[in-house]
Design a protein around this ligand. Structure first.
Ligand SMILES: Cc1cc2nc3c(=O)[nH]c(=O)nc-3n(C[C@H](O)[C@H](O)[C@H](O)COP(=O)(O)OP(=O)(O)OC[C@H]3O[C@@H](n4cnc5c(N)ncnc54)[C@H](O)[C@@H]3O)c2cc1C
Length: 393
């Protein structure tokens, strides 16, 4: 019988991370930036990354990293999109000796990085990529547009992929590149999401790169990107966000009355929060199973588990947000930012007054789309997991 409990050293790490985050986030409201995904200003985020890096918490083994990611998400702390989470797998697996210093800086939290794979005409189907990198003297010239990129406005580099050989099948003609964002011909256009923060487009207009910009093998980009994306999916940090939202809903239920009756006395409310708690426990166990299977020697590999964990965790987030909307009522239609809710924030009494549930409803739309849309993940479960035939195009 498999035992998915974290070993004592991981639990000790959890306690340490929690206490660090309590201190580090204490004055977060004073550093709000509503246009950033984290809700916080770049200097605050960078400092937190440096402090986490100095403690050795960026780029740990997958089990310990999952503890850190969960706690960070649960605390709304801006350390989900670190360079290590975004591009750590790609750079550590495919980087050459010349990338050693970069990897060290990523682990130290001293460098910020975006991943830029998606394009306006290529999301789920990345074989349709149109960005090209043309060989030029000893380097490359990059042309094209990447879209829906998280955090390019604050990144030092992006990890991207482009067609380097248009004459072979797409899967054999792509190459990954690490592009310094200050390179002439690289331009970021910020686009606002429906929750008020910005994703970005990266425009490459004849951006000249040296030979050192290649990550891994020329022509090996597709395989590398697929490996890096698979490693991204265990659902652990999504479960951290879900735990936090569920705790806020429980706080609301415990502290709120409607028509003189405590919400906690309403059997419908109890039924719903009980259902969500069971669903959370399910999602969390599935993520652990995915992690254990991927990290335990001798465990039978299961290529569908990561996809299952991602689907379940992301849909749970939406379920919690929708249920909160129903249980909280009209107050859940009020929107508030993650941090720095304005002058009235100090007078408010609970998450509903701070507009948190309105924020959740809008925010949790994207996890079912990002990191591989859930419809595509379900295809993976059906084909790789269940062995059903792939659909013919
Ligand atoms: C908040 C957010 C952050 C993101 N951050 C990044 C980032 O940092 N870097 C990056 O490169 N990208 C990023 N993305 C892009 C993300 O990876 C893509 O949105 C995703 O891969 C889907 O691609 P698409 O948006 O082009 O949708 P499409 O691929 O056009 O899909 C549209 C719809 O069709 C469905 N569909 C497509 N193909 C199939 C199929 N084979 N079977 C069934 N249904 C299908 C999809 O599920 C979806 O519902 C981000 C997206 C979001 C929302």
């Amino acid at each position: 019988m498999a035992d998915f409990r974290y070993p004592p050293d991981c639990e000790a790490l959890r306690a340490e991370v929690r206490s660090f985050l309590t201190r580090a986030m204490a004055d977060a409201d004073a550093h709000a930036d509503h246009r950033d995904l984290t809700g916080l200003a770049e200097p605050f985020e960078r400092e937190l990354h440096r402090q986490a890096g100095a403690r050795g918490w960026l780029g740990m083994d997958p089990l310990r990293q999952s503890v850190f990611d969960f706690e960070v998400a649960r605390a709304d702390a801006p350390a989900i999109d670190t360079a290590m989470t975004n591009a750590g797998v790609a750079v550590s697996m495919f980087g050459a000796d010349r990338h050693r210093d970069l990897l060290a800086a990523m682990r130290a939290g001293e460098v910020e990085m975006s991943i830029a794979y998606t394009e306006p005409g290529a999301g789920s189907d990345l074989t349709a990529l149109a960005t090209t990198a043309r060989a030029d003297r000893d380097g490359w010239v990059l042309d094209g547009v990447k879209s829906l990129v998280t955090g390019p406005h604050k990144a030092d580099l992006c990890c991207t992929i482009a067609v380097t050989d248009p004459d072979v099948a797409p899967r054999r003609g792509m190459t990954m590149f690490l592009v310094p964002m200050h390179t002439p011909g690289v331009r970021v256009v910020r686009t606002t999401t429906m929750n008020g923060w910005d994703l970005g487009e990266i425009h490459f207009d004849g951006a000249r790169l040296g030979p050192e910009a290649v990550l891994g093998e020329v022509g090996g980009g597709w395989r590398q990107m697929a490996m890096a994306l698979t490693a991204e999916r265990s659902g652990v940090f999504l479960n951290g966000f879900a735990r936090h939202a569920l705790d806020l809903l429980l706080e609301h239920v415990r502290t709120t009355s409607r028509d003189g009756q405590p919400l906690a006395d309403d059997p419908v409310v109890l039924d719903e929060v009980g259902r969500l708690e069971a669903a959370w426990a399910d999602a969390e166990r599935l993520s652990r199973r995915a992690l254990w299977t991927a990290t335990t020697e001798g465990a039978e590999p299961d290529p569908a588990l990561g996809s299952m964990a991602k689907v379940v965790a992301s849909e749970l987030q939406q379920d919690i947000a929708r249920t909160a909307l129903e249980l909280v009522g009209p107050a859940a239609l009020t929107w508030g930012p993650l941090f720095g809710g304005g002058a009235d924030a100090a007078d408010t009494t609970g998450p509903a007054d701070r507009g948190r549930f309105g924020f959740e409803v809008l925010e949790r739309v994207h996890p079912t789309i990002g990191a591989g849309a859930n419809e595509v993940q379900r295809d993976t479960i059906a084909t790789l997991g269940l062995g059903l035939p792939r659909r013919r195009a």
